[in-house]
Design a protein around this ligand. Structure first.
Ligand code: AMP
Ligand code: GLY
Length: 428
């Protein structure tokens, strides 16, 4: 079976690793892939947003199944394009992908279907004065979000009116987020712990992955700038079975039923970012793909054959259950010096110890050059540990990352701390 995986991060490496373990013999292609994906298949020099070139490649190579990693091609409508050409593809259509492509679309969808989320108000750049007077009458912190895709950087949380007015300038005067910030959503600030639910669905049936917790800030103690994610673990103790039952009834089911009712059943992976507030779980955001690095821990935990599950979804008949290893997985991300701002590339990476079923290095921003692996992105790699306890999984991830090195390598030292604290709270 010929499979094309679109993307180049740790997520796509993790998917490739897991697919290569499938029962069916596969030939994997990665577009464009990274320095580690050639372990499992062939890298093809086509970028993830070059939809026409990807479709042409899939036709020429007679690809049996395409799996989309990142959001950009999904939001651009790659699934609609492939389906029109009778090419099998795993991911949501353009309508569903707008749940990630437009925060306003996502909010109005949640309003229509009474899905719990933060109270919100929408402003266009022509309404700057109205927005300013709204902010003058608001309490802080408050949350401002660019409507469109902004690589996770479009959210600003001002602590006071001065910061809020500076943020308005960034969106509407300086156009720091381009057209993605032509409209913004102002949201009530929700207090609580964040968690991420990944739902695999064919539009009707669905399976839920172990709930994950990401670490978005660059610095220990959740300080410094927002990143794509510096570490994660699953299952997250903060999402107790009682909370998951509420999430299922008030969020997952109405989301899938709502999309079906709007004639766009969701297929693929739906990422639901949650805030567990004192008044119950609420949606922070929808994404329309696996998170990265969360995908790395999910693949480390997944026991079932990933390809079989994806094929069921693509054929519209998800019947099998997903099985997971009993235990925890954690990932610690090693980033390049300077990330998430300007960072260095081209540093040689050395790997000290071998991978085994309980600890693995997942390539992300790497490439091969002259027989060497060198850094080529902000988040360079992930060290994933599995353990019977959360502590053990973290210990293995940290042990393993210490054997890897490149110039300027940085990583957080406190991944999973919140999870251990939550466990202590719950078991007290
Ligand atoms: P988003 O891109 O919508 O996920 O927002 C990025 C991050 O901003 C989230 O992971 C949260 O940490 C934070 N955030 C977003 N919306 C809210 C909100 N309404 N209340 C509190 N924090 C928020
Ligand atoms: N780690 C967060 C994301 O993939 O959006």
């Amino acid at each position: 079976m010929k499979i094309l995986i679109i993307g180049s991060g740790g997520r796509e490496y993790a998917l490739g690793w897991k697919l290569a373990l499938s029962e069916k013999p596969t030939k994997l292609y990665f577009a464009p892939g990274n320095g580690g994906t050639p372990y499992f298949g062939e890298n093809v020099p086509i970028k993830a947003n070059e939809i026409k070139a990807l479709a042409r490649f899939a036709e020429e190579k007679k690809i049996d199944l395409t799996i989309v990693g990142p959001e950009e091609p999904l939001v651009l409508g790659i699934v609609d394009t492939f389906k029109k050409r009778n090419l099998a593809i795993f991911g949501p259509d353009r309508f569903c992908a707008t749940l990630e492509g437009s925060k306003i679309f996502a909010k109005t969808f949640m309003d229509r279907h009474h899905i719990p989320t933060a109270a919100h108000w929408i402003f266009e750049d022509s309404e700057k004065e109205k927005l300013i007077s709204f902010l003058k009458n608001s309490s802080f912190p408050i949350v401002l979000k660019a409507d469109g895709l902004a690589a996770g950087k479009g959210v600003i949380i001002p602590q006071n009116l001065d910061e809020a007015l500076d943020a308005v300038k960034l969106y509407f005067d300086k156009k720091s987020f381009g057209t993605a910030g032509d409209k913004i959503v102002v949201e009530e600030f929700m207090e609580g712990e964040e968690a991420t639910v990944f739902v695999l669905t064919d539009g009707i049936q669905y399976r839920v992955f172990p709930v994950a917790q990401d670490h978005k800030r660059i610095g220990d103690g959740d300080t410094g700038k927002n990143t794509g994610g510096m570490g994660a673990y699953a299952p997250a103790p903060v999402c107790t079975p009682e909370i998951m039952k509420i999430v299922d009834e008030t969020i997952i089911k109405p989301t899938l039923t709502g999309l079906r009712g709007e004639n766009h059943p969701y297929t693929g992976i739906l990422y639901i970012g949650l805030m567990i507030t004192a008044s119950g779980p609420k949606v922070v955001e929808y994404n329309v793909r696996f998170g990265d690095p969360e995908c790395q821990v999910e693949m480390m935990l997944l026991e079932s054959d990933l390809l079989a599950a994806i094929e069921e979804v693509v054929s519209g008949k998800l019947v099998s259950d997903l099985k997971f290893r009993a235990g925890f997985a954690s990932v610690v991300v090693a980033a390049a010096n300077g990330y998430p701002d300007q960072f260095e590339k081209g540093k040689e990476i050395t790997f000290g110890s071998k991978d085994n079923p309980d600890k693995r290095i997942f390539h992300a921003g790497t490439k091969l050059a002259g027989g060497k692996v060198i850094s080529d992105g902000g988040r360079v790699l992930g060290s994933v540990g599995f353990g019977e306890t959360l502590e053990k999984s973290l210990e293995r991830a940290y042990q393993h990352i210490k054997t890897v090195s490149f110039d300027g390598m940085v990583y957080r030292k406190d991944i999973g701390k919140k999870g251990i604290e939550a466990l202590e709270r719950i078991t007290k």
